[in-house]
Design a protein around this ligand. Structure first.
Ligand code: ADP
Ligand code: MG
Length: 359
């Protein structure tokens, strides 16, 4: 197991990159703490696989270094890095049995037969394939083959890190939950450094201790699910995480007041003068409907009852503001204002969060 350090790392698939736009992965300095479970979360094309393949050695970065426990491995091939990687689609040996597929990484390293037998049995239990150990992989469903791939990724106990690149894409929804739980228990049991790539926030938030959010080739925030919820460091994090995501509104900010479309809002904290595009971000959970004169004037468009609570879609000057209301809350047609809880208001300049003065 290892701490993984990314030092000045960047990658472009072009031979002669000229601008930042040419980089699939923009310059990155980052430590992955030994033994933590991370989720790498972001939309398709933001650079997740690029980063993972650089860590495993499938891809050589155009700039910077990768260190395992402070040792430079940038020029080491995948085999020397001692990493297990599971991909989106199954990688199995069709002519081998399920048992031999699972045993392969262990036998390859010269593990003794008794240990191999016992470990394969244990992993087969985790992926629910004990009954199929003697079957050839050929002819199994994509789902079953992907479970074998997962098993092969998990079978070695001595790896530096376990990397999963959207491994549950082809798995049916019911089994997804089950396998994610198994991965979590594997982490508790062995304490491997794990990086789990996904574009699904639920998967990320339920799997990981720390979620690393990527946007357009950059890591925009790394934090606990609570930090991502309470203080999104970038408007993308606010918008991408949450259901619905954070409300983001153009504003001007002077001291401890914001003005949105001519309406003043008390921020509760003072801010230094801000440059560039200024926005307020307020999650629907910190937004409520009111009647009267205070707050932003809105019209209610739609109410969705999602069981645990209601989502109210309101219109403010042509843009949508979402409100989460308690399941039992009365929502009357004369509710014509939206009020923000100051504790839940974040201020952004050029999409990055600005901390209030004195914070
Ligand atoms: P993700 O895994 O988050 O979906 P990727 O790391 O696969 O994103 O891709 C990041 C960017 O790099 C995308 O714009 C993608 O088109 C580009 N890219 C990925 N692989 C290659 C490649 N082999 N050659 C050229 N461009 C690539
Ligand atoms: Mg990918």
């Amino acid at each position: 197991m290892a701490k993984i350090t990314l030092d000045n790392l960047a990658h472009s698939y072009l031979p002669n990159p000229t601008s930042e736009d040419d980089f699939a992965l923009k310059e990155l300095n980052h430590d992955w703490v030994d033994g933590e479970a991370y989720a790498l979360l972001g939309a398709s094309g933001c650079g997740k696989s690029t980063l993972l393949n650089i860590i495993s050695g499938l891809l050589h970065p155009s700039q910077g270094r990768i260190l395992f426990n402070d040792r430079d491995v940038t020029n080491d091939p995948t085999t020397k890095r001692n990493i297990a990687q599971v991909f989106q689609f199954p990688v199995v040996y069709d002519t081998m049995t399920v048992r031999d597929n699972l045993a392969f990484p262990l036998r390859n390293r010269g593990a003794d037969a008794a240990y191999v037998a016992q470990r394969v049995q244990q992993i087969a239990g985790m992926i629910g394939m004990e009954d199929m150990l003697n079957r050839k992989a050929r002819g199994l469903t994509a789902d079953a083959k992907q479970k074998i791939s997962l098993g092969r990724g998990m079978v070695r106990e001595d790896v530096n890190a376990l990397l999963f690149d959207e491994p549950l894409t082809v798995i049916d929804p019911h089994m997804k939950w089950e396998l994610r739980t198994q991965l979590k228990s594997l982490h508790h049991e062995f304490g491997h450094t794990m990086i789990y790539v996904t574009h699904d926030q639920t998967e990320a938030l339920t799997f990981a201790d720390k979620v690393v959010v990527m946007y357009d080739g950059r890591v925009v925030q790394m934090g606990t699910p609570q930090e991502l919820f309470e203080t999104p460091q970038h408007t993308f994090v606010g918008y991408f995480i949450g259901s619905p995501g954070m409300n983001v509104l153009d504003a001007t900010v002077t001291g401890d007041k914001a003005v949105i479309g001519g309406h003043e809002i008390d921020l509760g904290h003072g801010f230094a003068p801000l440059d560039g595009k200024v926005e307020l971000g307020v999650r629907p959970e910190f937004t409520r409907l009111a009647t009267g004169e205070a707050g932003l004037p809105v019209t209610i468009k739609r109410i969705e009852d999602v069981g645990r609570h209601k989502i109210v879609r309101a219109d403010f000057n042509g843009s949508e503001i979402n409100v989460i209301a308690e399941e039992g809350a009365e929502i009357s047609p004369d509710m014509n204002r939206i009020v923000f809880d100051p504790a839940g208001v974040n201020v952004y300049a050029n999409s990055w969060r600005v901390a209030p003065q004195g914070a």
